[in-house]
Design a protein around this ligand. Structure first.
Ligand code: 13P
Ligand code: SF4
Length: 336
């Protein structure tokens, strides 16, 4: 059996094509060649490693990436991000081939709400509208009325009539932030992102004392006591834009550290400090996002595997909540 056949056999177990890549290959050149040859587009999230961000056709937050996936005329979408993002792209462009360099690039937040358990939970709240953060599985989206991202979540909640009861899933931290921001009482699912829950209040306080002119900014997936210290709270795109327009020269950033690459590129004269995690680990890097490498990206483009495949019923039922979200986002001016 040749190496490709063996790699295909172990694909499900490993999550990626385990093939050797010639270390002398110029992967940037090869990936660019494959992009043209196959009419493929690479969509990358801000939390990807810098090399992947640099080779991508579009870098963005969850909302921007969904919009690009819906609008592209490429034949192949290569998703440099995590599984739920690639699934969302497939739901929005079902006729296209969607590739993910490593199928094991999951998400602790999406995993915290398994669809069968969530379905049982919903039985207790029959008269509630279900709003889910896009960081959830495709199956969970089939149980959702309106999807949201951190960019449009406030507009999504505000689009719901005041007398309508709401369930918000799966992120309890974003949910608590939205309750505060919108004044709406919502039933929250008890999920969280492992990266955004790791920041150390004490270490951030010390860092702020050492950098008195630095602004502390945070993603709303962080815990309430961390958000309470922030002078700006926003999605990855929101945080990036904020650092560009703020007159401050120094920022302490509480979100996955990958975003610092774009912040530094956009404002080379400013200083960006990643908010420190509790332990002396690199836990502010998402272990799922970082499963994607340039080598896996190259292999998945070359062999067009692993591919995201979803049942038709999941695509049809799941995309309804995403379409509603895109409509609200357009009206609110977040996308055009
Ligand atoms: P945004 O890119 O929408 O800010 O979301 C961050 C995130 O955690 C993605 O997994
Ligand atoms: Fe999921 Fe958190 Fe990683 Fe985003 S950073 S993909 S929410 S685990």
């Amino acid at each position: 059996m040749d190496a490709i056949a063996v790699a295909q056999q172990t694909l499900t177990q490993k999550g990626y094509l385990d093939l050797e890549v010639d270390p002398t290959l110029d992967l940037f050149e090869e990936i660019n060649r494959l992009k043209k040859e196959k009419n493929a587009i690479i969509l990358a999230h801000y939390y990807q490693e810098p090399d992947i961000q640099d080779i991508a056709d579009y870098i963005g937050d969850s909302l921007g990436l969904s919009r690009e996936a819906a609008n592209t005329d490429a034949d192949i979408i290569v998703f440099a991000g995590v599984h739920f993002m690639a699934e969302t792209a497939k739901m929005l462009s079902p006729q296209k081939k969607v590739l993910l360099p490593d199928l094991k690039a999951g998400c602790s937040l999406a995993d915290s709400a398994p669809a069968p358990l969530f379905k049982k939970f919903l039985e207790k709240y029959p008269d509630h509208v279900v709003v889910s953060y896009v960081n959830c599985s495709a199956e969970l989206k089939t149980l959702t009325d309106i999807c949201c991202t951190s960019t449009n979540a406030v507009d999504v909640i505000n689009s719901i009539p005041l007398d309508q009861k709401i369930i918000f899933a799966p992120d309890k931290n974003l949910g608590a932030y939205l309750i505060k921001k919108t004044g709406r009482d919502m039933v929250l699912w008890n999920g969280a992102c492992m990266v955004h829950e790791i920041f150390s209040n004490e270490k951030i306080t010390k860092l702020m004392l050492r950098h008195p002119h630095a602004e502390f900014i945070a993603h709303p997936e962080c815990e309430e006591h961390i958000l309470a210290k922030a002078s700006y709270i926003g999605s990855t795109t929101g945080l990036l834009k904020y650092t560009q327009k703020s007159p401050a020269k120094e920022f302490i950033v509480a979100t996955e550290a990958g975003i610092l690459h774009q912040m530094q590129k956009a404002s080379p004269d400013k200083v960006f400090i990643p908010a420190p995690p509790e332990n002396n680990c690199a836990c502010n890097e998402c272990p799922y996002m970082r499963l994607n490498t340039l080598e896996k990206l190259y292999l998945c483009m070359k062999h067009e595997l692993p591919e995201i495949i979803l049942p038709d019923w999941v695509i049809q039922q799941g995309r309804v909540c995403i379409d509603r979200m895109l409509e609200i986002s357009q009206k609110a001016g977040h996308i055009h």
